[in-house]
Design a binder for this molecule. Structure first.
Ligand code: SMG
Ligand code: MG
Length: 369
């Protein structure tokens, strides 16, 4: 397959509520939406790249530059036999994985449509429903946090993740655990602590957590390996695992018990499947993380999470948890058992609301072969 035309849009899609982590606060998504055309088939994809380089090193401006100057011209020259050909074709560009995923995701959708199968099937999915939870940002005080968590439990979410940071860690986690003794509960520090904080972090062991996510630096594996034996709760890596090689290093160094797979952080679905398989072979569980994707990215998150070793609930909530209005006309609804239903139609299954997409587009650019 040779790509004939590819159109990019940078949108600004407002959230229902601001989302705050240990290091930054967001009020909307600045995703890059991709529409690709070849052989009469139109495919859709998304990079959920952020407004600021605070989660990883990229933002929507760097992604635009790298896509325009390098990635798109490189991919337009390649005759693609399968979606697995995209990552090697772009490998010469170092890093910039959120930019790369915009193209890689869209090519997967194209091949699924071409073959007349669902993206989940093409990826090797085995489940028709995937367990999900909700990620709760840092709140102004504990009563507010309890109210927010209660609302999500009433919506049907069976697993809650709390964002933590120094000064907002032990007490909020204790308060949620005391109120809901049986809730599936986990925490995420987004890289804010250092190894010297090990004894402090070990206080979280009192709360029967499913996992502690990425306590140490975004590019660290070594100190996580030193931290792991000092915690009883399973240690999960997010930011640090950006490639199959990083996953292998973490496994060989015994730096984590669990891996959070986000295909955007990893730069593609293909490398995400590789990490899923490596973790499974090594006896490590994986779960699907989230980057507050729009309705387009959400379809591929659910498709990927249908693979067998995604055994813990994902950060893949229903569309209405994120956006006042989404850019698809077929949003996911939460099932009563805290799952989302995997789409079984052809391709990723997103039905794009092109009028609303146009309304939220801030910039548009394209490349033609
Ligand atoms: O998509 O539901 C979601 C959010 C999940 O907490 C979430 N993601 O580090 O895991 C993480 C964060 C990154 C968010 S960056 C805005
Ligand atoms: Mg995380």
């Amino acid at each position: 397959m040779k790509i004939e035309r590819v159109e990019f849009r940078r949108v600004l899609l407002p959230y229902v509520a601001p989302f705050e982590t240990s290091g930054w606060r967001e009020t909307g998504s600045y995703a890059i939406i991709v529409k690709l055309e070849a052989e009469g088939i139109t495919a859709w994809g998304e990079s959920p790249v952020g407004a600021s380089p605070f989660y990883n090193e990229e933002n929507h401006n760097t992604a635009r530059t790298i896509l325009t100057d390098y990635l798109t011209p490189m991919l337009l020259q390649v005759d693609l036999a399968s979606p697995w050909d995209v990552t090697p074709a772009l490998a010469k560009v170092r890093g910039n994985r959120m930019a790369k995923c915009a193209l890689e995701f869209t090519v997967w959708d194209w091949f699924a449509r071409k073959q007349g199968v669902s993206l989940a099937k093409l990826l090797g999915g085995v489940r028709d429903r995937v367990p999900v939870g909700v990620s709760v940002g840092i709140q102004k005080d504990i009563p507010t946090l309890l109210k927010v968590v209660e609302n999500h439990i009433n919506e049907g979410y069976g697993r809650v993740k709390l964002k933590i940071k120094p000064g907002w860690d032990i007490e909020p986690t204790r308060a949620v655990r005391e109120r809901w003794p049986d809730l599936l509960l986990q925490v995420d520090a987004n890289s804010i602590y250092r190894l010297e904080d090990a004894a402090h972090l070990a206080q979280l062991d009192a709360f029967n957590l499913l996992l502690i996510e990425q306590p140490l630096a975004h590019d660290d594996i070594f100190d996580h390996a030193k931290l792991k034996p000092r915690l009883r709760a399973p240690l999960c890596l997010d930011e640090s695992i950006v490639s199959p090689e990083h996953a292998r290093w973490a496994i060989e160094m015994d730096a984590c018990d669990i891996i959070n797979i986000k295909p955007s952080r990893i730069g593609g679905l293909g490398d995400s499947v590789k990490i899923h398989d490596m973790a499974q072979a090594a006896g490590l569980k994986v779960w699907h993380g989230g980057m507050l994707e729009t309705g387009i990215g959400r379809t591929l998150n659910v498709a990927l999470a249908s693979l067998p070793n995604f055994v813990l609930p994902g950060d893949i909530s229903a569309n209405s948890r994120y956006f006042i209005r989404d850019i698809v006309t077929n949003p996911f609804e939460l099932n009563a058992d805290s799952t989302l239903t995997v789409l079984s139609g052809v391709g990723n299954g997103a039905l794009v609301d092109e009028d609303y997409l146009e309304a939220v587009t801030q910039e548009r650019w394209e490349a033609v072969a």
